[in-house]
Ligand binder design. Structure first.
Ligand code: AMP
Length: 563
């Protein structure tokens, strides 16, 4: 059946102009609600345009137009020189405004052409995006793409051109947040009710056009929107905490404590055995990561699931972790994937499961984890669950943290075992704890021989700062757990020749080994000769380049400034 109402693009651009003229969220909501309720059959397209992108973000689509290319397109559409357009652009500070001024002079010609409809605009933009998507494997016909967009722009009136130009470079700048679109849909279709249900539908579908269609149909349709395979949802995000105690307060006790790896967040969808890998920004990077695909194929025993994972890169020579910075090369690379795969191999570390034959994100985390464990068969070199521990003991958390840091990871995550999975939300269901304080360079002033298996290693390390007033070192804490065997060995070798006194298992050493120490807090303390104690000190690295430790004065300053 033919559509009954055709919304003209000018209606949309008029509303956009109105939206831009106010800072008030309530006012913006009202303007959008009015636009949505008058959009009839074109509602989905109008909603898409209001999000600033002519296609849902989960679709792997992109117009692929840079600002520079847009200058060329405006030039083709308006007959003005690129230099002139660039000048106006720099003057106005906005390429949309420049486009508006440039097409202004073409009124005569435009009168001859047809009015732009919303349907037409969206269709043509999507067509260009499809050309771009095909270009993944072959070079896009830039000329064809530009002429298509120039043609569209030349049929626009000045205000339409402003917004079209901004949409083309994905920079609509209306100050309309997701929450505003949600509230406008609620106002347009439910008299301001059911915002939670709309939000949920959006969280699960990542698609306001689909949600808007459901809103038109009624609440049941909104409620029936579910997480789907091959449609990535926004990842649940982590809040930041500064201390282990704060972490427990946020996520409850006991908590699941994981290593936090410096890798790449990946949501992996297995749909009827077919595997797709999506980044945190919902880009499909399956082609770039054939090794991830095969690891999932081999180690995940489910044909229909969605895994939340961290992909961690490692050095093929010595197996050490490599930071995200380097791994990110693989995301961008479209060619020579095989070669890069060998240079920067990866392991997949799953930590959550949100779909298993059916959406399970509303189950408690502990249950999702059990489900996940059931389908994972771990492999030494490839896919492995994240290192984790269920605990309510701060000492154990600290030990995990030290271990994680000494293996070159970023710190730890603490997770609420009873919580559901909230896509895109920075709720406190999972928190990250990274070292936050300025580090201190401290001298190792003493140590203790370990017991048992490690009895010929110096384990517990006493650390001290330098007291300039009397030229001595004063203790400020001890570091115990969480170092790797290699680190213990290295420390023992360094300290042995420096021993000045032995008393039972305890030794005193000349303060010549300087280490960089992270900690949570400086406290006043009668236990140590400096009068201070570091809370949860952790060794970051040896400071081979340094001979002197930080001074007591600096520590006093840090202590005084901490509050
Ligand atoms: P941040 O990027 O600093 O906000 O920290 C959150 C990110 O840490 C997540 O998006 C993941 O990519 C990453 N991450 C690393 N290890 C884990 C883990 N065990 N659980 C959850 N997220 C993790």
């Amino acid at each position: 059946m033919n559509k009954i109402i055709y919304v003209e693009f000018s209606e949309v651009s008029d509303s956009f102009e109105e939206l831009e003229s106010t800072q008030k969220t309530l006012e913006k909501t009202r303007i959008l609600a009015e636009l949505f309720s008058g959009s009839g059959e074109d509602l989905q397209e109008v909603v898409l345009l209001s999000t600033g992108q002519p296609f849902p973000s989960w679709k792997n689509m992109d117009l692929g137009v840079s600002s520079k290319t847009l200058v060329k397109i405006i030039s083709r559409a308006s007959g003005r020189s690129e230099d002139e357009i660039t000048r106006v652009w720099k003057n106005e500070g906005d390429l949309g405004d420049a486009a508006e001024q440039m097409v202004d002079n073409k009124t005569q010609q435009r009168l001859m052409s047809k009015e732009l409809t919303v349907e037409n605009v969206v269709e043509r933009l999507q067509k260009v995006a499809k050309m771009e998507a095909k270009g993944l494997s072959q070079s896009v016909d830039q000329d064809k793409k530009q002429s298509e967009l120039a043609d569209l722009l030349s049929s626009a009136d000045p205000v339409e051109a402003r917004y079209l130009a901004r949409i083309i470079i994905n920079n609509l700048r209306l100050g309309v947040a997701e929450g505003t679109i949600r509230d406008a849909l609620s106002e347009a279709f439910f008299d301001g009710e059911n915002t939670q249900e709309i939000q949920r539908a959006y969280d699960f579908s990542n698609d306001f056009s689909e949600v808007s269609k459901a809103c038109r149909q009624g609440l049941d349709a909104v409620k029936s929107i579910e997480l789907q395979l091959n449609r990535p949802v926004n990842s649940m995000l982590a809040k930041k905490v500064n201390t282990i105690e704060e972490g427990f307060e946020e996520v409850g006790r006991p908590a699941s404590v994981d290593y936090k790896y410096d890798g790449m967040r990946a949501q992996i969808h297995v749909n009827d055995g077919d595997i797709k890998v999506f980044t945190r920004r919902l880009e499909d990077v399956t082609k770039q990561f054939p090794d991830v695909v095969s690891q999932v194929e081999e180690n995940i025993d489910s044909d229909n699931c969605i895994l939340d994972t961290e992909i961690v890169g490692y050095d093929p020579e010595d197996g050490s972790m490599i930071p995200f910075q380097k791994l990110s090369k693989r995301i961008k690379r479209k060619y020579e994937i095989q070669k890069l795969k060998e240079q920067i191999p990866v392991t997949v570390r799953p930590f959550d499961l949100i779909y298993l034959e059916t959406p399970i994100l509303e189950r408690p985390y502990s249950e999702r984890w059990d489900n996940l464990r059931d389908i994972v068969s771990e492999s030494e070199d490839d896919l492995k669950l994240v290192d984790h521990k269920k605990t309510e003991n701060p000492e154990q958390v600290q030990e995990m943290q030290q271990r994680s840091l000494s293996q070159g990871h970023e710190g730890i995550m603490m997770k609420n075992l009873d919580a559901e999975y909230k896509p895109g939300n920075r709720v406190g269901y999972m928190v990250k704890l990274k070292p936050v304080m300025e580090t201190l360079d401290l001298a190792i002033v003493g140590a203790k021989w370990s017991e048992g298996r490690r009895s010929d290693w110096l384990g517990r390390l006493f650390i001290g700062c330098y007291d300039e007033e009397n030229g001595t070192y004063q203790e400020i804490g001890k570091m115990a757990t969480g170092l790797t065997d290699e680190q213990f060995q290295e420390i023992t070798e360094k300290l042995k020749p420096l021993i000045t006194e032995e008393d039972g298992r305890k030794v005193e050493v000349r303060p010549e080994v300087i280490v960089e120490v992270e900690y949570e807090e400086i406290q006043e303390s009668p236990t140590y000769s400096s009068g201070y104690a570091l809370r949860f000190p952790r060794m970051k690295r040896f400071r081979e380049d340094k001979e002197e430790a930080d001074t007591l004065e600096r520590i006093t300053d840090l202590y005084n400034n901490q509050k």
